[in-house]
Design a protein around this ligand. Structure first.
Ligand code: 6PG
Length: 628
């Protein structure tokens, strides 16, 4: 049977739990325990006087059974029979052994069980008692569900079939991220199935070869046949798609659909567009299939050791996959998973998109910092040292990797200097900019970071124009390292303000009810934008949705603003491109201006287009038009 497991057999009274539990234990040759034998004296008294147990009575008893399960598991597998009608009872029972627990739910209709019990000799169960059990029954989502109408031998056969031949989680698409997630799942003790398509001469035996490469995959099942892959999974199936975002997802969904059953859960772990995720959610819903769109951040290493995971969709579908995602996710400083149910529709992919927008800016700011340090005469090793000195106040994953990048040498020369200066992109920064324009949110830094990448792409034109325009490098760049650090911290606060503002506005517009503090929390570990600032924001967002109203951050912004102004001014005077820093300072200027120049825009609009305007001296919101 592989790894040690506690098999809990559950169901209402009369569903045949003891019979099936005993048979199963016999068949598997493992100990059997009837939960009813472990009630404390007080419960026995209560029950024999005809009073029903309440949740408090049950709690102690469930803990006894949970201890029993943990103790037995240290030695062997076992079968424990317990009605466990509510999810919270089951949570208590399997609390510390979630990954080593299998639930077997004996399911039957009220009348079927009622007739069955009352046809037994010397048995009588009042219909009220049975009804009250059905009333509190919360059907388990993660159980092997068995119809009690079958003969006991058949039931055992079915249970064994489910146990022996099925994986609990399927991973579709063995690219870099898919492979790392497979190893992460397997390292956490999950029985998985892995699929990669077969393409003659190009993708051959990918899953099989991958399995052979890593010992942790010895119990994983490898497929290149879609039907076999799907059939290897326990129902309701859980299949995570790790394929290229875009049309491919739709093709894969169409290929999978004929093999799926009602209530199966598909998870899209790619960087998909949030609007598409909503469409796919609706489409699959019409087919009885659940769809969870989830952001996954952390790259190859994160996926292997613990990524940040941002799932959204129907909460009940999430519950079915929660155990897997939360187990493989990175852990925050309180050891909580960097994975949380984000909200409905495509909200998970939306926040992943904004995560990437923030990521673009954080990368751009660091690139600008390095350019300025270079202008100050530092070589790559010195730049790495300077960045390392930033760690005590502005630590982040991106800062750390940038330090390593600047230290990396190839044949005694710095590698970073040999890299073509054209920045690529896969589209998420583009989408974030489009989304902020659509939602009317000024994400100026994200747009600027994106457009900087686009400018970089015009390499030939840049080289040509460089020769045509005079560069003013006459004066020294007059900025200290400490001022660079302060300007950097200043701009990062503006970046995070804008990113979270975009999330908050989308949340309001789409009624997603997103929890900004929780989003910041799952971004403190595993992901590309994890940082000490992000950790501070977890607390800040408990108080406000606008970080520029937090007194501590107001003080920091006020304190560092002069350095940011000086840095931007020095860049302008010395013809150094530092657009993200420039946007940061200009954005703060704009958002703190009491009376903006928009009055002039309004007048111009009214002048040429009779678009009307409102007046400061009339607060009725009446529209005015002037014959200019
Ligand atoms: C992550 C990254 C990841 C990836 C994107 C961004 O969170 O792990 O954001 O999703 O790096 O593909 O890529 P581009 O820079 O190519 O747009």
């Amino acid at each position: 049977m592989g790894k040690k497991t506690v098999f809990f057999v559950m169901g209402v009274s009369g569903s045949g739990k003891s019979t099936i539990g005993k048979l199963l234990a016999q068949d598997l040759n493992i100990p059997f325990f009837d939960g009813d034998d472990f009630h404390p004296e007080s419960n026995i008294k209560k029950m024999s006087s005809g009073q029903p147990l309440n949740d408090d009575d049950r709690q102690g008893w469930l803990l006894v059974l949970s201890n029993l399960a943990t103790k037995e598991l240290a030695k062997n597998s076992c079968v424990i029979v317990c009605s466990a009608l509510k999810q919270k009872y089951r949570d208590t029972l399997s609390n510390s052994i979630k990954n080593e627990t299998k639930w077997i739910y004996l399911s039957g209709a009220f009348q079927q069980i009622y007739d069955r019990v009352n046809s037994r000799k010397n048995h009588f169960m009042p219909s009220d008692l049975l009804k009250s059990q059905f009333d509190i029954l919360e059907e388990p989502k993660e159980a092997i569900t068995i119809n009690i109408g079958l003969e006991p031998e058949e039931i055992i056969k079915n249970i064994k079939k489910e146990l022996m031949h099925t994986s609990e989680f399927g991973l579709f698409g063995l690219g870099v991220m898919g492979k790392s997630l497979c190893r992460n799942l397997a390292n956490n003790g999950f029985k998985i199935s892995m699929f990669n398509r077969h393409v003659d001469k190009v993708e051959v035996d990918v899953a099989k070869n991958f399995k052979a490469q890593f010992s942790e995959l010895s119990t994983a099942a490898a497929f290149d046949d879609l039907a076999d892959f799907v059939n290897s999974l326990q129902q309701p199936r859980r299949i995570m798609l790790m394929v290229n975002a875009g049309k491919t997802i739709d093709y894969v969904i169409e290929d999978l659909l004929p093999h799926l059953s009602e209530n199966d859960v598909l998870i899209d772990g790619g960087n998909s567009n949030y609007k598409k995720t909503k469409e796919r959610f609706e489409y699959l819903k019409s087919k009885g299939i659940h769809f969870i769109g989830t952001g996954v951040s952390g790259g190859e290493e994160g996926a292997l050791k613990g990524p940040s995971i941002m799932p959204s969709g129907e909460f009940s579908a999430y519950q079915n996959i929660q155990k897997y995602l939360e187990t493989i996710a990175a852990k925050d400083q309180n050891n909580l998973p960097c994975c949380t149910y984000v909200g409905t529709e495509g909200s998970g992919h939306f926040i992943k998109m904004v995560h990437n927008g923030i990521e673009y800016v954080e990368m751009q700011l660091l690139a600008e910092v390095c350019t300025i340090l270079e202008e100050l005469g530092q070589n790559p090793d010195e730049i790495a040292d300077t960045l390392a000195s930033f760690k005590s106040t502005a630590d982040s994953y991106l800062l750390e990797i940038t330090i390593s990048i600047f230290r990396k040498k190839e044949n005694n020369d710095w590698l970073v200097k040999k890299i073509l200066d054209k920045a690529g992109n896969k589209g998420t920064g583009n989408w974030t900019t489009i989304a902020s324009a659509e939602l009317g949110v000024p994400s100026t830094l994200i747009a600027s970071a994106l457009f900087s990448r686009y400018i970089s792409f015009y390499k030939d034109e840049r080289v040509q124009l460089h020769k045509l325009f005079k560069q003013d490098k006459s004066s020294e760049v007059n900025v200290s390292i400490n001022e660079v650090l302060e300007a950097y911290q200043f701009a990062r606060i503006i970046n995070h303000y804008q990113g979270f503002k975009l999330i908050n506005e989308a949340s309001n517009k789409f009624s997603w009810n997103l929890n900004l503090s929780e989003i910041a929390r799952i971004w403190t570990g595993g992901c590309i934008i994890k940082s000490s600032l992000m950790q501070d924001l977890v607390l800040v967002f408990k108080e406000t949705t606008n970080i520029l109203t937090n007194q501590k951050l107001i003080d920091i912004v006020n304190q560092y603003r002069p350095a940011a102004k000086k840095l931007v001014a020095q860049c302008v005077l010395n013809d150094i491109a530092a657009p993200a820093f420039g946007e940061a300072i200009q954005f703060l200027n704009g958002i703190t201006t009491q009376y903006a120049s928009a009055n002039i825009i309004q007048a111009q609009r009214d002048y040429f287009g009779a678009h009307t305007y409102q007046r400061l001296d009339d607060d009725s919101l009446k529209s005015y038009h002037t014959k200019w």
